[in-house]
Design a protein around this ligand. Structure first.
Ligand code: SF4
Ligand code: SF4
Length: 440
């Protein structure tokens, strides 16, 4: 079978044709495996003969000129790494090797670097529906002074522009004054928090080893009670699932006055592999009834958007770019303390391939082309993959595409696609709900 897959759900069996992005319900997989039944199946409809060889042509969808045009007026975001310093020492943090290295001096972003990044965004976002500045770290609230200067700089230099702001924080410094400032400037707040006390305290600790739950939970609670509506509309949690999903974890997050939650899979650093409690490595995900948790059900439906888009748009044909690749230089742009621009905060900052410019010269089209060429080269095997249209791969993964990554991604697609076909595709209310989800 070429670029196709039999998908079995609880009650039904489907055949999915990835080339034409088409599916059909069948009585059993025998319909495909038995030659006589298969011939009958083909003759009774317009389904492609999936036993005939074919492959995808993997291409990046934008030309150099189109990218240059986009960089001139459609940049959406600059996320500023204000400091490498942090007031916690979370054991799975990517900065841990730097924190442990007594010869390394943690860097701070100078004001000029922040202002230059802001200038690039302001000058090159005139036609963008989004114009956002992110404050990131280390812990960005250690540079509250610089955050305030950035906000003042924008209101003085660009009085007619109203960018949106977000800040990603561990909430240790989320004091009364800070939340006043956040509310006044309508900032979105992404709080890194791992849920139940025991989970938060296991790895999200101070340098002394002291636990952080009490302080963080107290700050979150005070923030919510100060302005529940603002909190519900603007606060998101980033939860690292270092020990898989569990009902206990979902229950505790569901009780945090949430609006939105990003469940983040652990990216295991070498440091953490040595440090972690070995007993939590082997625990597998529990089967969870996601419908029982509002945030989890919403997240799941959000995940269905790509299937909805694909079955309701012009996505057939053999030329594709697998997965959810963004346009580098447009969607995120992570600015390091010393002014390098890299694709986003999730890529490995130490890998040169992800560097796409700097705040002095702007986005560098040659570096973008280098990244795109390398990506296409690494996606060679996606030509033959039935899951390519829905695979979760993006730039952050290109250095890690291996057998395990692909197995996991294909399993995810199989489960999600099965859910979409069985539970969503015929439910008008859910289809309407998903159609209106915005992924910006
Ligand atoms: S699962 Fe692997 S081969 Fe398939 S599209 Fe994703 S990265 Fe490519
Ligand atoms: S995580 Fe992937 S898709 Fe998202 S901004 Fe980063 S590179 Fe782009």
């Amino acid at each position: 079978m070429y670029l196709s897959k039999i998908i079995k759900t609880g009650n039904k069996t489907y055949i999915y044709d990835a080339l034409n992005n088409n599916f059909a319900e069948i009585n059993s997989e025998e319909v495909i495996l038995n030659d006589a039944l298969y011939a009958k199946f083909l003759s009774s409809g317009t389904f492609r003969d999936i036993k005939k060889p074919c492959e995808f042509d993997v291409k990046y969808p934008f030309s150099k000129d189109e990218l240059i045009d986009m960089f001139a007026c459609r940049i959406k975001n600059m996320t500023l790494a204000l400091t490498e310093q942090c007031n916690l020492r979370c054991k799975y943090c990517g900065y841990m090797p730097k924190y442990m290295d007594t010869n390394y001096t943690l860097k701070q972003m100078p004001k000029e670097v922040a202002f230059k990044a802001i200038d690039i965004l302001m000058k090159n976002s005139q036609e963008s529906e989004v114009c956002n500045i992110g404050f990131y770290g280390g812990e960005p609230l250690l540079r509250l002074d610089l955050i305030k200067e950035c906000v003042r700089y924008i209101s003085e230099k660009y009085p007619f522009r109203k960018p949106s702001y977000d800040i990603t924080t561990n909430a240790v410094l989320l004091s009364d004054d800070v939340t006043d400032f956040i509310i006044e400037n309508h900032m979105k707040v992404v709080i890194s928090f791992d849920g139940p006390m025991e989970k938060q305290n296991k790895y999200r600790v101070y340098g002394s080893g002291k636990s952080s739950y009490e302080r963080v939970y107290g700050n979150i609670q005070a923030f919510y009670h100060k302005n529940p509506q603002f909190f519900r509309e603007n606060v998101v949690y980033n939860v690292v699932m270092y020990n898989g999903a569990s009902a206990e974890l979902f229950e505790s997050i569901d009780n945090l006055w949430i609006s939105d939650v990003n469940m983040i899979e652990l990216f295991q650093t070498e440091y953490f592999a040595n440090e972690r409690d070995k007993s939590d490595v082997i625990k597998k995900d529990e089967k969870i009834n996601v419908k029982a948790y509002d945030f989890a059900y919403k997240n799941m439906l959000k995940g269905m958007k790509k299937y909805y888009n694909s079955f309701n748009g012009q996505t057939g044909g053999n030329t594709i770019l697998p997965g959810g690749f963004c346009v580098p230089g447009i969607r995120k742009n992570f600015v390091t303390t010393d002014g390098k621009i890299i694709v986003c905060e999730k890529v490995d900052e130490s890998q040169q391939i992800f560097e796409i410019g700097n705040v002095y010269d702007g986005i560098d089209i040659d570096k973008i082309e280098r990244l795109v060429d390398e990506t296409i080269r690494r996606l060679e095997k996606c030509r033959h993959c039935w899951a390519a249209k829905f695979c979760r791969i993006c730039f952050k993964d290109i250095l890690n595409i291996n057998h395990d990554f692909c197995e996991k991604s294909r399993k995810e697609v199989e489960g999600e696609l099965g859910y979409y076909l069985e539970h969503i595709s015929n439910d008008r209310d859910l289809i309407n709900y998903i159609a209106n989800i915005s992924l910006i």
